[in-house]
Design a protein around this ligand. Structure first.
Ligand code: SAH
Ligand code: SF4
Ligand code: F3S
Length: 508
């Protein structure tokens, strides 16, 4: 920790509270007091203090902007991809708000961040498609800064292409250094040229940065980063790096803080939560973390994403069964119902093992809702393989399934496999799968009709005046007449009618 009194370097006391120059700030996250940072000193080397320093530096620019324009500069973040990216965007917005930016509704802003995804080619194309629009906006607003970050930026080809053909982009960074937003923004403002900083990997997890949550009553919480599974089709391990788990005490501290702040539901996030904690010293299992989280007083609901079938433990099933707080929903990606294809995908389970796991979970927790991800058209997939996928779908009766057309990702093992399936064949299989999935979904999702259930109210219902929308423990939506004041509360609702994918109810 810094001990040079020339610098405004905060130190941590044993309770992890932040001090500056002997003055105590009211803790991390949203309450950093930038006024007490000496911006004329050298930047600290320790994180997160270095970033607090650059936030204070950037704030000078913001104040100058405000003096000239009579308003605060606007910032907009657009998130592509998964929950992990959504959580990262909350952190980015938290940093920007701390600096003094005001959140904008759309891209007409002084700072626009696209937090990108590259899991399928479509995700990339969408980003390129929108960059042209950003360029037009920038021509009208010379103050505008365009920031690209997230998974796409971890691909060297993408960064080369942007450097060459999208010169108007101002800042590029990757998934490992999102915490540096303030530092990189300051650098761009000083140097007045494109700033690129993409780390290939990191061992580091920088805690204690501000976060701006999208919902006041629910929040994602990262429990781990990266992935070690290398499913042969998947680019995530390449762009998110090796698996790193956060320490349970840090996770619990964050959750306790969120609960104090009004959060009643959390979603524990990781690419494969079942391998949580294996590399921690001493190792901690996901089941034991979940047990500890369930003890947090005031927390009402716990969800988690995603669970890889290959290492879902008996202990986890036991913990889920015994805790009321853990939601009755499990997302268990199948990917394919053919053991041969699963092997080529490097998923490390067979069709039979997957089905056995489903039975085991259903025996223990009969009211659980199961959802899944399925890929069609993996290289070498035959009609017989595809029929096996359909068979598993019929047998398991998923509440819902995300279905994807296989997308070739450069650098993955499957990209160089022969027997890529012709587009027309894939499309036809995709349509047949979707039909099957939707039929089943419409039948099984209504099973709780005419019962009373607990609902967490999330928003006003767009479709009906005086209606609100909430979610059951099993993740299904319910619309019912209610006041806006109910948002964020858990209420009892009688499910009067099933509409297939959602219910209409009334509060009781
Ligand atoms: N870690 C999660 C998945 C993250 S990616 C897990 O293992 O379950 C989300 C989903 O995208 C995957 O489950 C998979 O179905 C799909 N996906 C990943 N790579 C893909 C590709 N190359 N083509 C099509 N779908 C893909
Ligand atoms: Fe990708 Fe497989 Fe890791 Fe999921 S577990 S992120 S599908 S490599
Ligand atoms: Fe996409 Fe990255 Fe998530 S590639 S799915 S945003 S981990």
């Amino acid at each position: 920790m810094g001990d040079d009194s020339r610098f405004a370097i905060p130190v941590l006391d044993e309770n992890n509270d932040v001090f500056w120059k002997g003055k105590k700030s009211r803790e991390m996250y949203n309450e950093i007091d930038l006024d007490i940072i000496d911006i004329n000193s050298e930047p600290p080397t320790e994180e997160p203090f270095r970033q607090y320093y650059f936030m204070a530096k950037c704030r000078e620019w913001v104040l100058e902007f405000e003096r000239k324009n009579g308003r605060r500069p606007l910032a907009f973040t657009q998130t592509f991809g998964c929950q992990m990216n959504a959580r990262d965007s909350e952190k980015l917005l938290g940093i920007l708000e701390q600096i003094g930016f005001q959140e904008a509704e759309d891209e007409k802003a002084e700072l626009v961040i696209y937090n990108t995804c590259t899991v399928r080619e479509n995700a990339n194309l969408r980003v390129y498609g929108r960059l042209g629009y950003l360029n037009t906006l920038k021509k009208k607003n010379p103050n505008m800064l365009i920031v690209l970050c997230g998974c796409m930026m971890q691909e060297p080809d993408v960064v080369d292409k942007i450097k060459k053909s999208y010169r108007f982009v101002d800042i590029i960074f990757g998934t490992h250094n999102i915490f540096q937003l303030a530092e990189l923004t300051f650098k761009r403002l000083e140097e007045k040229r494109m700033t690129v900083e993409v780390w290939e990997g990191t061992e580091r997890i920088v805690e204690e940065l501000p976060t701006e949550r999208k919902f006041s009553f629910k929040s994602g919480v990262n429990i781990m980063f990266g992935c070690n599974n290398f499913c042969s089709y998947c680019i995530v391990p390449y762009v998110r790096g090796r698996e790193r788990s956060r320490r349970p005490e840090d996770i619990l501290k964050e959750i306790e803080k969120l609960v104090k702040d009004g959060v009643v539901e959390i979603m524990l996030l990781g690419q494969n939560v079942n391998s949580y904690g294996k590399s921690l010293e001493p190792p901690v299992s996901f089941a034991s973390l979940l047990k500890q989280v369930a003890h947090v007083e005031g927390l009402e609901r716990i969800r988690f994403m995603t669970s890889h079938p290959k290492d879902l433990s008996e202990d986890l099933i036991e913990v889920m069964k015994s805790s009321e707080k853990i939601c009755r929903h499990l997302h268990l990606p199948l990917q394919s119902g053919s053991t041969r294809i699963l092997k080529a995908m490097n998923r490390k389970y067979t069709k039979e093992q997957y089905l056995e796991l489903v039975y085991k979970i259903r025996r223990a927790i009969p009211d659980i809702s199961l959802t899944t991800d399925i890929i069609v058209g993996f290289p070498g997939e035959t009609e017989e393989d595809f029929q096996e996928t359909l068979q598993v779908v019929r047998e398991v009766q998923f509440d819902s399934a995300f279905t994807f057309i296989y997308s070739k990702r450069t650098g993955t093992a499957a990209a160089s496999m022969e027997n890529q399936v012709p587009e027309k064949v894939v499309k036809d299989r995709f349509d047949r799968l979707l039909f099957e999935v939707q039929q089943i979904s419409a039948q099984v999702c209504g099973r709780d009709v005419n019962t009373c259930q607990k609902v967490l109210v999330e928003s006003l219902d767009d479709h009906g005046e005086g209606m609100v929308t909430g979610r059951l423990s099993n993740n299904i939506l319910v619309h019912f007449p209610g006041e806006p004041a109910l948002i964020g509360k858990i209420v009892n609702v009688y499910l009067e009618e099933s509409k297939g994918f959602y219910y209409i109810g009334r509060q009781v």
